[in-house]
Design a protein around this ligand. Structure first.
Ligand SMILES: [Zn+2]
Ligand SMILES: [Zn+2]
Length: 413
């Protein structure tokens, strides 16, 4: 049993891991690296031979760095299935379209045709069957298991059991989400190899400290008479931010919360997939927060005299053309800065653009917990440059033997 890192190790983006056993070959995640310039660096290190030999593909969640290269895999000749949860499947369809359109519009080379997207076949992983061993494709020697990873709606971690050996793929995970549940991987045996999300390196702060910072920023803007606009992906972070800010501001200051229609609609998917949610918090969110949300678009929200917080999508911000006439405003992202929004802010002195941390990946404490659950014989930290993996290894005082520092194209196991 061995794992080859086709992307996403020693770098951030294009997560793609090839897991090979005696008579089986699996791929876990198949993403792209957003800002890379060439096909060789933007897509995982796949070729026809790998694509044709893979028996099944497992996708942890919909984010483009984990899913957008799936059509490329089919272009190269893969004809098997994509195992993932229903919310992830639904979100991935949109990721494919958005990726293709953006690459087209910016004149980037797309190494697959639109036809390849149509070849993609999904196999639903029912959230009712999580946390139990399932034989893979009828083979009694290979089993897999999945559980909620708390990163975004529908995100899961995976366990594989090959002839008594255990491999764990965390995907992106967070133990600190307010709405999404994180399920402890529940096995008795020691894990042979754990591939873990190391995106934040030796991050020590917890989510609460970041929520306090956000709250202070919002209150300060409010005192100055400025609105605050958050942007982020339509599912996951936006709902999480709504929950946390509403919770932390509710007693001190009355503020309106405005969301775009798409962000409100995404809540229907939360309602349909409650198996991934923290029940009590979700109930509170539904009863206390959702009824108080205003639904609007960027233009109307800007013209509204009332101060408050707006939650909109990147394309809604970029698509609005009268920024020149808006009142002073803070635009906040908790993810990567968007180049188009940056440009817009450069052209308009009254706009500010800032990045704040809001955790959706584990820090040192969560990684400690994870290692305690898994007691892995070997660990690889992924999802970031080598220096982050080294920092995390040092912060946890892990030794050379148990922690492998891996670069793209290397094999472990
Ligand atoms: Zn992610
Ligand atoms: Zn990721």
């Amino acid at each position: 049993m061995k794992v080859t890192f086709l992307g996403g190790a020693g770098e951030y983006g294009r997560s793609c891991f090839l897991l090979q056993g005696e008579d089986i070959s699996l791929l876990i995640d198949c993403g792209v690296m957003k800002n890379a310039k060439t096909v060789e660096t933007k897509y995982p290190l796949l070729n026809e031979q790998i694509a044709k030999n893979v028996d099944a593909v497992f996708i942890t969640h919909s984010h483009e760095d984990h899913s957008a290269a799936i059509p490329y895999l089919y272009e190269l000749g893969y004809r098997g299935k994509i195992f993932t949860t229903e919310p992830t499947r639904k979100q991935i369809k949109k990721v494919f379209t958005l990726w293709r359109e953006t690459e087209d519009q910016t004149g980037q080379e797309l190494p697959y045709s639109k036809q390849s997207e149509k070849l993609v076949q999904f196999e639903k992983l029912d959230l009712c069957c999580k946390n139990q061993w399932i034989p893979l494709m009828g083979k009694e020697t290979i089993h897999f298991m999945y559980g909620c990873s708390g990163h975004t709606l529908g995100s899961v971690w995976f366990f594989f059991r090959f002839n008594g050996k255990y491999v764990f793929f965390s995907g992106d995970y967070s133990m600190e989400s307010s709405l999404l549940s994180f399920e402890k991987p529940n096995i008795e045996e020691r894990v042979d190899l754990a591939i873990l999300d190391g995106a934040y390196g030796s991050e020590l702060n917890d989510q609460d400290s970041y929520i306090i910072r956000l709250r202070e920023m919002v209150m300060e803007a409010n005192e100055k008479g400025e609105k605050v606009l958050f942007h982020g992906p339509v599912v996951g972070k936006m709902q999480e931010l709504l929950f946390s800010l509403f919770m932390s501001l509710q007693e001190s200051v009355v503020m309106t919360f405005t969301v775009s229609e798409d962000i409100l609609l995404a809540l229907e998917d939360y309602e349909r997939n409650q198996a991934c949610l923290k029940k009590e918090n979700y109930q509170w969110f539904k009863e206390k927060v959702v009824p108080k949300l205003w639904v609007s678009n960027v233009e109307e929200w800007l013209q509204d005299g009332e101060l408050g917080i707006g939650f909109f999508l990147e394309n809604e911000i970029v698509g609005y053309s009268h920024w020149k006439h808006s009142s002073p405003l803070k635009i906040i992202t908790t993810g990567p800065l968007n180049d188009n929004i940056r440009k817009l802010v450069c052209e308009n002195d009254h706009l500010q653009y800032e990045k704040y941390r809001f955790k959706v990946h584990p820090g040192v404490e969560e990684t400690k917990h994870m290692l305690r659950f898994l007691t892995p014989k070997q660990t690889v930290f992924t999802h970031g440059p080598t220096n982050l993996a080294l920092e995390l290894k040092e912060a946890l005082t892990l030794d050379e033997e148990s922690t492998k520092i891996v670069e793209v194209s290397e094999t472990v196991g």
